[in-house]
Design a protein around this ligand. Structure first.
Ligand SMILES: *[C@@H]1O[C@H](CO)[C@@H](O)[C@H](O)[C@H]1NC(C)=O
Ligand SMILES: *[C@@H]1O[C@H](CO)[C@@H](O)[C@H](O)[C@H]1NC(C)=O
Ligand SMILES: *[C@@H]1O[C@H](CO)[C@@H](O)[C@H](O)[C@H]1NC(C)=O
Length: 279
């Protein structure tokens, strides 16, 4: 686990460095529409290929570096996921993971405070990498991913994967549709955790645009005894209207310590996935 975490970190590091060197700084007052177009373009460029990575907060990092020495916080116009089309100011922090969560509206749509550590998530045996908002396809994410993070000795963790954009980002009346929920994970050994909700891959409705699929890791204060329904992978019942904030509060999980996310839109795996459900 530790080795694959290190390997993924190194790959991501090299890719980021390359992008920093090959992209010129750009400024930053962008609206929802521009970002959407960018996301789609990136998707076309990278989405179909396995090692697709991109850094949505690149501009923010650069601005932060330019302001650098006073340690001041970059102030950008980002977008709130809850109000598509509206530009709201987002205070960036200079932390890569946190800023990606802020810029993509995961704060406040799912959590109030962003994680500062990366949850390294990969599909299909490390060939498909989740990287802070890159676009993957439902086909690529149909089987459960490997997820790992820098766990502290002796602690139990909770892992959540959730989609705030159900049925779509502009009118998310089923927010959140949760895909995976495991508690009492010893360290980062998810195979030994207690599965409350079995993994179901991304299944966004046709023509509903990009959805965000967000991984959140919480460090537990102790062992949890949960009275939640156990949700199997052969039914979509009770997945919608999940609230990460409510769950985290109920079980005193505090703020997430690690996270990551990808985006996906409909592809022809989705109808097959629903066909396999009992209702
Ligand atoms: C988004 O979902 C709402 C229902 O919540 C629906 O009325 C609307 O047509 C959808 N828009 C798109 C673009 O899919
Ligand atoms: C559902 O989960 C079972 C084990 O719990 C697994 O064997 C099966 O492959 C999964 N099915 C799908 C469609 O993911
Ligand atoms: C769905 O999965 C659950 C748990 O694995 C199992 O108990 C149940 O029989 C399955 N239902 C169907 C219709 O396959």
């Amino acid at each position: 686990m530790r080795n694959s975490f290190a390997m993924v970190s190194v790959l991501l590091g090299i890719s980021r460095l390359f992008r920093l060197l090959t992209r010129t700084p750009r400024l930053i007052f962008r609206d929802h529409h521009q970002e959407e177009e960018e996301a789609q373009r990136r998707g076309r460029q990278f989405g179909g290929r396995a090692r697709a990575v991109h850094i949505p907060i690149l501009e923010g990092q650069q601005q932060h570096q330019q302001q650098g020495s006073q340690g001041s916080v970059g102030r950008l116009m980002g977008k709130s996921g809850s109000k598509p089309g509206a530009s709201v100011p987002v205070e960036l922090t200079g932390n890569m993971a946190a800023d990606a969560f802020l810029k993509n509206g995961i704060v406040p749509d799912i959590v109030d405070k962003p994680p500062t550590e990366t949850a390294a998530a990969t599909y299909e045996g490390n060939t498909i990498i989740v990287d802070f908002g890159n676009e993957l396809t439902p086909t690529q994410v149909k089987s459960p991913p490997q997820v790992t993070w820098a766990a502290e000795e002796g602690y139990l963790y909770t892992l959540i994967m959730t989609d705030p954009d159900a049925p779509n980002r502009s009118n998310p009346k089923f927010r959140e549709w949760h895909h995976w929920l495991i508690v009492n994970i010893p360290g980062n050994d998810i195979g030994r955790g207690e599965v409350l909700t079995d993994y179901i891959g991304a299944a966004p409705p046709k023509e509903s645009g990009l959805h965000r699929y967000v991984f959140l890791v919480y460090r537990q204060q102790g062992k949890l005894t949960c009275n939640e329904n156990r949700l199997p992978n052969n039914s979509t019942a009770n997945r919608g209207k999940f609230k990460t904030k409510v769950f985290a509060t109920k079980y005193k999980l505090g703020n997430p310590v690690a996270g990551n996310f990808f985006q996906a839109q409909w592809d022809d795996w989705v109808p097959q996935l629903y066909a396999g459900m009992k209702k």
